[in-house]
Design a protein around this ligand. Sequence first.
Ligand code: FAD
Length: 292
Amino acid sequence: MKAPPFAYLRPAELSQALDLINIYGTDARLLAGGQSLLSALNMRLAAPSVLIDINGLTELTGITLQQDRLVIGALTRHAEIERSPLIAQHVPLLALAMPHVAHPAVRNRGTIGGSLAFADPAAELPACCVALDAVMIISGRSGERRVRARDFFHGLYETALQPGEILVAVEFAIARPGERCAFRELARRQGDYAMVGAVALSIVDGGVLHDVHLAFFGVGDRPVLAAYAAAQLEEGIATAERIAAAQQALVRDFSAQGDVYCSGAMRMHLARVLLGRVIHDLTRTDAGGVQA
Ligand code: FAD
């Protein structure tokens, strides 16, 4: 199918884009990489009368180190994040996750802002942002506001973005000494959205885990921070008993939903398996978990 007709506007500055999105309101959609939006138009799942192409907004591009924070502009392409030495050094979890996001052709166009604003519950980046406690920087006509990733995802394709707002950047704390991270997902084919995915982050000191963060994706209508499971692993060595306790505790964090590919019970089982694998990766000394 082909997209329904739409007017096409290409502002050159953020202020113009904000004016346009406020003039056209819900009749308009922002166009970033177009990798999700154009499919939705072609399948007639969306029919905005105006597309506001934000690709000319250079202030939304790039990766910058600002003291102990790394700021990624919303228009930064997945491929740039995948290859960035700054990301590899300071937010290595994103470098681990990025090869799992779709295929190279999609990663060449798709943007971090588009992925987060689209909020597919099986997408990799939202879960990474939740685990990393990233902060979304959002602009509207009344100014800028900041929303923690943990408060940003409200449900299936729903976020804290209000009509007339644009996600301009995402801010991450840089990795601390001794911090390690791990990423695993199970997908039906390489490049597909995950059936289930898990990310883990912790300071590892002499095998002891401190400040453990676990997040899961593909298990419900949004990425989930698994605080009960993580608590089972805090301040101890990741023994088989502790990992089993964390796997058992997962049911207190979420109840996985089923779909045509996988029942809820199967997803819960896979989430437990992935939990074991990411913790094993974190504590491996050779490879797997990435140390900052
Ligand atoms: P667009 O498609 O341009 O926009 C998506 C939505 O976000 C639109 O509603 C748009 O209005 C809104 N939007 C965009 N930018 C902003 C902004 N700055 N502020 C506010 N709203 C904004 N993704 C994964 O995570 N994992 C996968 O495995 C995966 N597989 C894919 C496989 C295929 C074949 C394809 C085509 C896509 C796949 N994707 C996957 C999606 C891909 O990551 C997209 O890049 C991403 O979901 C959307 O980014 P985009 O820049 O293309 O946004």
